[in-house]
Design a protein around this ligand. Structure first.
Ligand code: TPP
Ligand code: MG
Length: 386
C-alpha cells in the first residue's frame, strides 16, 4: 500500500486556514458506545484539569522541575491511546500526559512525580513524567528525541517473534522526525514488519522552530512512502478522528501487516515548557486556535449535538475536580525523598553500604561487591598503586 496521506486533518489556522467545526468533525460515532464516548471526554478533561492544577502548583513553586504542558493537544493524546488494547505498549512523550492517564497512570502519581515526593514513581529523582510501568502498558520516556522509535521497534519485534497479538505505539513530534534515530528505527520496524504505530504529533513547533523550517514535506505522513509503509494524516484536534485513524493502524499491525505512520495535526498552545513565553509565535495565532479549534470545546459541541445533556458533562467535570483535589492533598501530605533513596533500585542493598562512601574517597560499591566477574571488566587499581 502506498504511503500518501489519505485524509487531510485540521489545517493550521493562519497557515492553511481552518474549516468550520461542523465540516471538520468526522462523521458517525466510530463504533464507540455512549459509555466510551463519555470516557473520551473524561480523559481529555482530566488531562486539562490536571495540567491546570500543575500550572498553579508550579507558580507556587511547589512543582520543582520544568513543567511541560499539552494544552490544545488533549485529543491527539487521548484519542490515539484509546485505540490500544490492554497488553499493548505505548511509548509517551512529555506532551502525552493524556495517553498515560488512558493507560492507567493516576493523577496522584503525576502530582507526586512533578512535586518530587519520596514516594513518587521515581522517588523524587526525576521531576517530570519520565516513568513507566510495563504492567499497565506505558514505558518510561527519555529526553533524546526519536530514540524511542528504535526501542519500540525492538519491543514490537519481540511481540512478533513470540507470536503475541500485541501492538506498540510510539509518539514523536514534528521535530523528532528530523533525527537519525527516527529514520533508523522506522526503517528497521518497516522492513521487519513490526506491529508498530508511529504517531507523529505535528503541533507546528519544535521548541521555537516552526515546521516550515523543520522539513519540506507537505505532510509528515508522506514520509511513509520512503519506508514503504502506509501513512495517514488525521485531525488531531478531533478526538474521534484521531481514535479512528490510530485504530486503523493498530488493527493493521495486529493483523500482521506491519508498521504505519499516523500524523496528527494539532497545535502547541503553550510554550515548550512553562518558562517559554512563545514570543516566536505570530500574533493572534494562539488566540485563534483557542477560539476556533479547541479539542475539548469541539468535542462538547459534538456530544451535545448527539444528545448528551450538559449536566451529564458537568457531573463528569465535578468528579474530576474532586479526584484532582484529593490527589493534590495526598501528594502534599507525602514526604520528601530521603538521601538514601538516591541509591534505591540502583545497588542491590544500599542500606548495607556506608552512605557517604563517595565523599570518603572509597571505591564505588560496584567495584567492591556487585560487579559480577562475568562482566569481564578490570579491577580499579588499589589506592597508592603505581
Ligand atoms: C536529539 C535531541 N535533540 C534536541 C533535544 C532538545 N529538545 C528537547 S524537546 C525539543 C523540541 C521537540 O519538538 P517536537 O519533536 O516537535 O516535539 P514537541 O515538543 O513539539 O511535542 C528539543 C529540540 C533533545 N531532547 N534531543
Ligand atoms: Mg512539535
Amino acid at each position: 500500500m502506498g504511503g500518501s496521506a489519505k485524509s487531510r486533518g485540521a489545517e493550521r489556522t493562519g497557515v492553511r486556514g481552518a474549516r468550520p467545526a461542523a465540516e471538520r468533525d468526522s462523521g458517525g460515532a466510530a463504533g464507540l458506545t455512549r459509555k466510551q464516548r463519555l470516557e473520551l471526554y473524561y480523559w481529555m478533561r482530566l488531562t486539562r484539569s490536571l495540567e491546570e492544577r500543575l500550572v498553579n502548583l508550579y507558580r507556587q513553586t511547589r512543582v520543582v522541575g520544568g513543567l511541560f504542558h499539552s494544552l490544545g493537544q488533549e485529543a491527539d493524546a487521548v484519542g490515539s491511546a484509546y485505540a490500544l488494547q490492554r497488553g499493548d505498549i505505548l511509548s509517551p512523550l512529555i506532551r502525552n500526559l493524556g495517553s498515560m492517564l488512558v493507560k492507567g497512570a493516576t493523577p496522584v502519581e503525576i502530582l507526586k512525580q512533578y512535586m518530587a515526593r519520596g514516594d513518587s514513581p521515581t522517588r523524587g529523582r526525576e521531576l517530570n513524567i519520565h516513568f513507566g510501568d510495563t504492567e499497565r502498558g506505558f514505558i518510561g520516556q527519555i529526553s533524546p528525541l526519536g530514540d524511542m522509535v528504535p526501542v519500540m521497534a525492538g519491543v514490537t519485534l519481540s511481540f512478533k517473534m513470540r507470536g503475541e497479538a500485541r501492538v506498540g505505539l510510539v509518539y514523536v513530534g514534528d521535530g523528532a522526525t528530523s533525527t537519525g534515530a527516527f529514520h533508523e528505527g522506522i526503517n528497521f520496524a518497516a522492513v521487519q514488519r513490526c506491529p508498530l504505530v508511529v504517531v507523529i504529533e505535528n503541533n507546528g513547533y519544535a521548541y521555537s522552530t516552526p515546521t516550515v523550517k523543520q522539513s519540506l514535506v507537505k505532510q509528515f505522513a508522506d514520509k511513509a512512502i520512503g519506508y514503504g509503509i502506509p501513512g495517514e494524516t488525521a485531525d488531531g484536534n478531533d478526538v474521534v478522528a484521531t481514535y479512528e485513524a490510530t485504530k486503523r493502524a493498530v488493527d493493521r499491525a495486529r493483523r500482521g501487516e506491519g508498521t504505519s505512520i499516523v500524523e496528527l495535526m494539532t497545535f502547541r498552545r503553550k510554550g515548550h515548557a512553562e518558562h517559554d513565553n512563545q514570543s516566536y509565535v505570530p500574533p493572534g495565532e494562539l488566540e485563534r486556535w483557542a477560539a476556533e479549534n479547541d479539542p475539548i470545546d469541539r468535542y462538547v459541541a459534538r456530544l451535545s449535538s448527539e444528545g448528551v445533556p450538559t449536566d451529564e458533562l458537568q457531573a463528569i467535570d465535578a468528579r474530576i475536580q474532586r479526584e484532582i483535589d484529593e490527589a493534590t492533598d495526598a501528594a502534599e501530605a507525602s514526604g520528601v525523598p530521603q538521601p538514601l533513596d538516591a541509591l534505591t533500585g540502583i545497588y542491590a542493598d544500599p542500606p548495607s553500604e556506608r552512605p557517604l562512601w563517595f565523599r570518603e574517597g572509597g571505591a564505588a560499591v560496584v567495584q567492591s561487591s556487585e560487579r559480577p566477574s562475568s562482566w569481564g571488566t578490570f579491577d580499579a587499581p588499589a589506592k597508592g598503586a603505581d
